[in-house]
Design a protein around this ligand. Structure first.
Ligand code: ADP
Ligand code: MG
Length: 573
């Protein structure tokens, strides 16, 4: 294998030549204890940076086996190493200077959540970090000597400082792993304990600002505290005990005056499907992994979804058992989002009045009197929320500050008063005891509830490949460019990291390759998930070596992306 000398010599020769001469660097170099694999070299200084990997032997990294002997442990260690590499690179390396992205070294930017990523891999035969390096340039000239210092001296330093156990803050690493294991253990206990979410006493739920995911300062934030009636305790595997509010299965309504923290609580629960890092404030907000946010999203495209449980007898005579539109309304989009989430296996629906279509949610008594049910196409969610639980086992947590309509169908009601949670179920029931009885039995129990034929949702291969020489899917912000169109995921609120969107783009290409006109959307996504489980997230990438920066999305978000494709066609429709 070529060594440091070879790399230095090549870079010295390249110095001052055209940028394209960097191409000859591709290959793997032994730099002392570290291997540097240069997998891809950028075409010019402004192009996306070059993809490289630094590789260590496990006997050099010496990560303790008890931290890396399970998937959860490895995910936490990989996350820790990624953050560490990023910090150390920031401190050790000179700030990027020169043309384009000259001198930039990046490993991706993890946020407050701990996700399965491609940035660091801990395998039995190697520890590998996948990095982006902007090869230095002045104008279009290669700065070979600068590159030589960066690759043969600085980068190995950063690698040793951030991937070798002896050089790490060992206590912090251990705590990171223990926290992550405790969090995932608690999540695994929710279902057996009949809970859908847990919010720990002392949690800091509000964020610093609308555009920051960091916690509001301790002084300004009111820490969460559970109502006594809902308090549950867990003895965690680490030995730590933790107490907080357990939200049981069923229908839970969150009420309270405007600005009293309702949406903030729901949002934390929505993010609680992912584990959070220490210091985030939401470390102990843990939701079932299959809790899905549902909102109105007018304008979205819908293809062949059975929304008849909510909407039927449209004036146009459209069959809502297989509803398609290129421009859904507030109510039809929310019905679609809900049905699709249940299709994808959601056990819990999270709904906020702020982002809901009122006519989808409720219909008040004067309106029921004025417009008889047979002339109103919409059966509001308030009439369906109990059957969705009793018949399908799907729970709901709903923020409803503006209407008491849900009191009668709620299993419990939590009020927020100056950010403090109270259990007001009994008070609310006293307000309308008869309607509570009626609500339990269902106002509309005779009308059809959910029946699915998911096998019928089979995409036609031609609707996934709509261009000759179709380019690979690509994510840009909250959109994905795929099959000649732009899929808008801005309303898919449980996507938390651009690297997840990147992974969705890759997954769409994999799905396209698998689609045979027989496999349903569900089968296709299951197949992709299965491959990721066995072969790792790297499998999504078409590249050898450095797979790009990917973070694993949940399969709900994969469904969401495919279901929003405007050109999607299903066989038999
Ligand atoms: P609601 O949905 O009830 O109208 P929000 O959840 O939107 O209220 O919260 C209103 C404001 O209060 C937001 O700016 C939010 O950051 C802040 N906030 C929410 N919870 C807390 C808390 N526990 N401590 C301090 N501020 C909070
Ligand atoms: Mg709100």
């Amino acid at each position: 294998m070529p060594n440091r000398k070879t790399l230095e010599r090549t870079l010295t020769q390249i110095d001052g030549r055209g940028y394209a001469s960097y191409k000859q660097l591709i290959g793997t170099y032994q730099l002392g204890a570290i291997q540097l694999a240069i997998d891809h070299v950028q075409v010019d200084p402004y192009a996306p940076p070059s993809r490289m990997r630094v590789i260590l032997d496990p006997n050099t990294a010496k990560l303790p086996a008890d931290l890396t002997n399970d998937v959860t442990g490895r995910r936490a260690v990989a996350d820790f190493l990624t953050r560490r590499f990023s910090e150390i690179a920031h401190h050790v390396l000179p700030p990027p200077s020169g043309t384009g992205n000259s001198g930039l070294v990046s490993i991706g930017q993890p946020g407050q959540e701990i996700l399965e990523r491609t940035s660091v891999v801990i395998a039995s035969d190697r520890i590998e970090a996948r990095i982006d390096v902007g090869l230095p340039a002045s104008g279009r000239r290669a700065r070979g000597l600068k590159a030589s210092k960066l690759l043969t001296s600085l980068l190995p330093k950063v690698t040793e400082a951030s991937l070798v156990f002896a050089n790490l803050d060992q206590r912090a690493l251990r705590e990171h792993v223990v926290l992550h294991r405790d969090q995932e253990w608690l999540r695994s206990q929710l279902s057996p304990r009949g809970l859908v979410a847990f919010v720990g006493d002392g949690a800091i739920l509000p964020r610093r600002s609308g555009d920051s995911d960091l916690p509001l300062s301790d002084k300004a934030a009111v820490p969460f505290s559970s109502p006594d009636s809902l308090r549950v305790n867990f003895q965690l595997p680490s030995g730590k005990r933790i107490a907080g509010m357990g939200i049981p299965e069923g229908v839970t309504i969150i009420v309270g005056g405007g600005y009293h923290g309702k949406s903030t609580l729901l949002r934390a629960i929505e993010r609680g499907v992912y584990p959070h890092v220490a210091g985030d404030g939401r470390e102990w907000v843990i939701s079932r992994a299959d809790a899905v946010s549902i909102r109105a999203e007018d304008g979205r495209a819908v293809t062949g979804v059975n929304i008849s449980p909510f909407i039927s007898n449209l004036p146009s005579g459209i069959d809502t058992r297989s509803f398609s539109t290129t421009n859904a309304s507030g109510s039809t989009s929310q019905a679609t989002n809900l049905v699709e989430a249940i299709d994808a296996g959601a056990s819990t629906l999270l709904i906020d009045e702020d982002t809901s279509a009122t006519n989808f949610m409720i219909r008040d008594e004067p309106m029921r009197t004025l417009i008889p049910a047979d002339r109103e196409p919409i059966t509001p969610f308030v009439d369906r929320v109990q059957p969705i639980f009793t018949e399908l086992g799907v729970s709901t947590i709903l923020v409803a500050g503006g209407s008491g309509a849900f009191f009668s169908v709620a299993d419990r009601i939590i009020s927020l008063d100056h950010y403090v949670a109270h259990d007001v179920t009994n008070e609310a029931r006293k307000i309308a005891p008869e309607s509570w009885e009626a609500g339990r039995t269902g106002r509309n129990s005779s009308s059809p509830v959910f029946s699915y034929d998911w096998a019928s949702r089979v995409p036609t291969p031609s609707s996934l490949v709509r261009e000759v020489n179709q380019k690979p899917a690509k994510s840009r912000g909250t959109t994905i460019l795929f099959a000649g169109e732009t899929i808008n995921l801005s309303a898919v609120s449980q996507l938390v990291d651009p690297a997840q969107n990147q992974a969705i783009a890759r997954a769409l290409d994999r799905i396209t390759a698998l689609a045979d006109g027989r496999m349903s959307i569900r089968d296709l996504i299951l197949a992709v998930e299965g491959r990721i489980d066995t072969d790792g997230l790297d499998w999504l990438s078409p590249f050898n070596g450095h797979p790009g920066h990917l973070a694993r999305p949940r399969h709900y978000e994969l469904h969401a992306a495919l279901n929003r494709l405007r050109g999607l066609c299903l066989t038999g429709t």
